[in-house]
Write a protein that binds this ligand. Structure first.
Ligand code: NDP
Length: 297
C-alpha cells in the first residue's frame, strides 16, 4: 500500500503549534507581525498574498499589508522596505515575487533586513544555511523536510534526487539535505534541464523531490518501488470545471502512485507546508527580535 503524504494534516498540526507560540509571545507583550508587500497586479500574486494574510489571521499573527502601483518607481518599493525594516511591529517582511521588470529582484532581496527576511532569500541567510547555521530556512524546502519528518522517512544515508536547481527550492533543499544534521545526511543529487538521462537518477533514488515546474513529466516507470516522492510542482492545466483549470504536479500521480512507497498529492502536499513554514519563520523572527523563548514545532 502506498502512503499518501497528507500535507494538509501535517501543516494543520504545525499551525496549531504556531498558535501556541503566538500565545507565548503575547504573554510576554509581543504581538508578532508579518508585512506583505505587493507590487503587481497579477491575480495569482494577489491570491498568494491574501492567502498569507488569512493564514496570519488564523494563528494570531498581525498582518501588515502594503500595495505599490506596479508602474511606480523602484524607489517607492525600497522606501517601503526601509520603513518596514525600522518598524518594531514588523517581525517578518515578504515582498511577493515577481516584482516588475524595472525593479531589480536581487536588490529587493538585499534591501530586506536579514533578521526580518522570513523567505530566507537574503545572501546573509543563504550563507548561514549553507554553513549549517540557518536563521530562516526557506519555506518550501523546510516544509519538505517537515513532511519527511512527519512520516518518519529517513534522510540519513538515503539517496535523494532533487529535480530543479532554483534559488527558492532546489538549491536550498539540496543544502539542507546534505547538512550533517537531523533531517539531513542524505546523499544528494541535483538534476536540472541539462541533466542527461534524468530517469537514470530518479529510478534508483530513495527520495525523489520534483521541483521543475513541468507538468506530470515524472512517471511511474522512472521511480522505484521503495521511493518516497515529494512533488513540489504546481502546474495549471485546462479542466472542464468552474475555474477552467486544475492544478497538477511535476509527477504523473496516476502512474507513480501505484508504484512507489509514499507520495505527496498536488494539491494538498507541499503547498500547505510552504504556507505553514512562513508562519513558523515569522514567529521565530519575533522570538529572536524580542528575546522571548518559544517552543517551535
Ligand atoms: P524555476 O523555474 O525557478 O526552476 C525550475 C528548475 O527545474 C530549474 O532548475 C530547471 O533547470 C529545472 N527543470 C526545468 N525543466 C526540467 C526538465 N525537463 N528536467 C529537469 N529539470 C528541469 O521553478 P521553481 O523552483 O520556482 O518552482 C518549481 C515548481 O515548484 C513550479 O511548478 C512552482 O510553481 C512550484 N513551487 C511550488 C511551491 C509549493 O509551495 N508547492 C513553492 C515554490 C514553487 P535549469 O536550471 O537548467 O533551467
Amino acid at each position: 500500500m502506498t502512503t499518501v503524504i497528507d500535507g494538509n494534516s501535517v501543516a494543520s498540526d504545525i499551525r496549531s503549534e504556531i498558535t501556541d507560540c503566538v500565545e507565548t509571545l503575547e504573554d510576554s507583550g509581543v504581538n508578532p507581525g508579518l508585512a506583505t508587500v505587493l507590487m503587481s497586479d497579477d491575480p495569482a500574486s494577489e491570491t498568494y498574498v491574501s492567502m498569507k494574510q488569512q493564514d496570519c489571521e488564523e494563528v494570531g499573527i498581525e498582518s501588515h499589508h502594503v500595495e505599490i502601483d506596479p508602474d511606480a518607481p523602484a524607489a517607492e518599493l525600497f522606501d517601503t522596505i526601509d520603513d518596514l525594516n525600522d518598524d518594531p511591529a514588523v517581525d517578518g517582511i515578504l515582498v511577493q515575487l515577481p516584482v516588475p521588470d524595472h525593479v531589480d529582484k536581487r536588490e529587493v532581496i538585499r534591501a530586506i533586513d536579514p533578521a526580518k527576511d522570513v523567505d530566507g532569500f537574503h545572501p546573509e541567510n543563504v550563507g548561514r544555511l549553507v554553513a549549517g547555521d540557518a536563521r530562516f530556512k526557506p519555506c518550501t524546502p523546510h516544509g519538505v523536510q517537515k513532511l519527511l519528518e512527519a512520516y518518519d522517512i529517513e534522510t540519513e544515508g538515503a539517496d535523494a534526487v532533487i529535480v530543479g536547481r532554483s534559488d527558492i527550492v532546489g538549491k536550498p533543499l539540496a543544502n539542507l539535505l546534505i547538512q550533517k544534521a537531523p533531517l539531513g545526511n542524505a546523499t544528494t543529487t541535483v538534476c536540472h534541464s541539462r541533466t542527461d538521462d534524468l530517469a537514470a537518477y530518479t529510478e534508483t533514488a530513495d527520495i525523489v523531490i520534483a521541483a521543475a515546474g513541468v507538468t506530470e513529466f515524472i512517471g511511474g516507470s522512472m521511480l522505484s518501488e521503495d521511493a518516497t516522492v515529494i512533488d513540489v510542482g504546481i502546474n495549471r492545466v485546462d479542466a472542464d470545471n468552474e475555474k477552467g483549470y486544475q492544478l497538477v504536479g511535476d509527477v504523473d500521480y496516476e502512474s507513480a502512485e501505484p508504484v512507489v512507497d509514499a507520495i505527496t498529492p498536488v494539491p494538498g502536499g507541499v503547498g500547505p507546508m510552504t504556507r505553514a513554514m512562513l508562519l513558523y519563520n515569522t514567529v521565530k523572527g519575533a522570538s529572536e527580535a524580542h528575546g522571548v523563548d518559544i517552543e517551535l514545532p
